[in-house]
Design a protein around this ligand. Structure first.
Ligand SMILES: *[C@@H]1O[C@H](CO)[C@@H](O)[C@H](O)[C@H]1NC(C)=O
Ligand SMILES: *[C@@H]1O[C@H](CO)[C@@H](O)[C@H](O)[C@H]1NC(C)=O
Ligand SMILES: [Zn+2]
Length: 361
């Protein structure tokens, strides 16, 4: 559906050229991390990029990070366009048996859980199979850790469930750099009541405090991590939000957030380190979100923003008017009847009748 780029052929050509360029310029991977968020200052074993590297440095080694269609972005009125062809998201195989095991790993940038390719997203232009999920968050002092923002406003954290196009590619690795390779579900996370489903992840964080540590989690229903409404979302074509920032992601960011408790958010913000267990200078894993990128195209939305609200507002106004009118009519009828009764003999019962009326109003 939403491949509305101005000139698809030209874009594809540019993207392909860029891909081959990046492939050629990629060097043998160094042992340590070759990129970081500013806060996760990881010193590099290789001399290629010595010293701390923030996201401003990403394009030096990963040219796509300074290129087109970069994510995340801010969703604001000017770029949103309602698209009635956007069907509700459907997931398949997300209810994973507790006999199966997920691997949870601290990769030095986030906490990541591997997922089975038997999990799928439907209602996209191809079949997409799950590869992994991971989170982005801020730090203890602020409730701003999501990557995508709405009207300039951050949410507390964000969950990404990453899928690859299994109609066209064998696995995540071969799909990751293809323009139609990936589909990510983005779930905005806000502080509210305790969330037992998220706890199934969070209660293992202490086992992966340091980089490269792994643990196992019993299977559970991954759909519990999604918001209830899968029919309301933002849709656009963007990129991985971490190096190598390939512009290969069909994004679906749900409109409604999920809620976790303040304590749960705190656990996420304080449990992990970017550094290995034996590192003499441990660095906390905080603020591992990329800042929003410039975006000059359209984001398609499956819901009629503003419009729906005005319908609701209009119908409530009508309801109020009808109520007031009805009340007024009843009052008028009662009053005229009373006037007639006043001319009669019985005065007292009429007052008690009125009292009854007011007490139940
Ligand atoms: C990289 O790690 C391997 C084993 O994990 C080790 O043999 C090698 O010396 C390391 N290289 C550097 C540059 O640290
Ligand atoms: C998920 O699967 C379990 C059995 O493995 C079942 O008991 C449970 O009802 C399922 N949940 C949903 C929402 O389908
Ligand atoms: Zn992510």
């Amino acid at each position: 559906m939403p491949a509305q780029r101005s000139s698809p052929a030209a874009t594809a050509a540019v993207v392909l050229t860029l891909f081959s360029w990046a492939r050629l310029s990629e060097q043998a991977p160094a042992n340590g991390s070759t990129w970081s968020y500013l806060e996760c200052k990881v010193s590099l074993p290789s001399l290629a990029f010595p010293g701390p590297e923030g996201e401003k440095m990403w394009p030096k080694r990963y040219p796509f990070c300074g290129g087109q269609f970069q994510s995340p972005i801010d969703f604001h009125e000017d770029i949103l366009q309602y698209d009635s062809s956007l069907l509700p998201i459907e997931v398949e195989g997300y209810n994973v048996s507790s006999l199966e095991q997920f691997i949870l790993i601290n990769n030095g940038h986030s906490v990541k859980m591997s997922l089975s390719p038997t999990m799928h997203v439907r209602n996209l232009r191809n079949k997409f199979s799950a590869a992994q999920l991971h989170l982005h968050w801020g730090n203890q002092n602020k409730l701003e850790g999501s990557e995508h923002t709405v009207g300039g406003k951050h949410f507390a954290a964000e969950l990404h469930i990453v899928h690859y196009n299994s109609d066209l590619y064998l696995d995540m690795d071969s799909a990751a750099d293809k323009s139609d390779g990936l589909a990510v579900l983005g779930i905005l996370i806000q502080v509210g009541r305790f969330n037992p489903s998220y706890e199934k992840l969070f209660n293992h964080l202490q086992n992966v405090k340091y980089k490269d540590q792994e643990t196992y989690i019993s299977g559970f229903n991954i759909q519990e991590l999604l918001p209830d409404r899968l029919d309301e979302y933002y849709r656009y074509e963007g990129s991985l939000t971490t190096p190598p920032c390939y512009p290969s992601v069909l994004w679906t960011v749900f409109r409604n957030p999920v809620y976790i408790s303040r304590e749960q958010l705190m656990a996420l913000q304080t449990a992990l380190y970017c550094t290995q267990l034996d590192d003499p200078a441990p660095i906390e894993m905080v603020d591992n979100f990329r800042k929003v990128q410039e975006f000059e195209r359209m984001v398609f939305v499956s819901f009629q923003q503003g419009f729906v609200e005005s319908i609701v507002l209009a119908s409530s106004l009508v309801a109020v008017v009808v109520l007031v009118l009805t009340f007024w009519l009843i009052r008028r009828t009662t009053r005229s009847r009373r006037t007639k009764e006043d001319k009669g003999i019985i005065y007292k019962p009429a007052i008690s009748k009125e009292e009854e009326n007011t007490s139940t109003a």
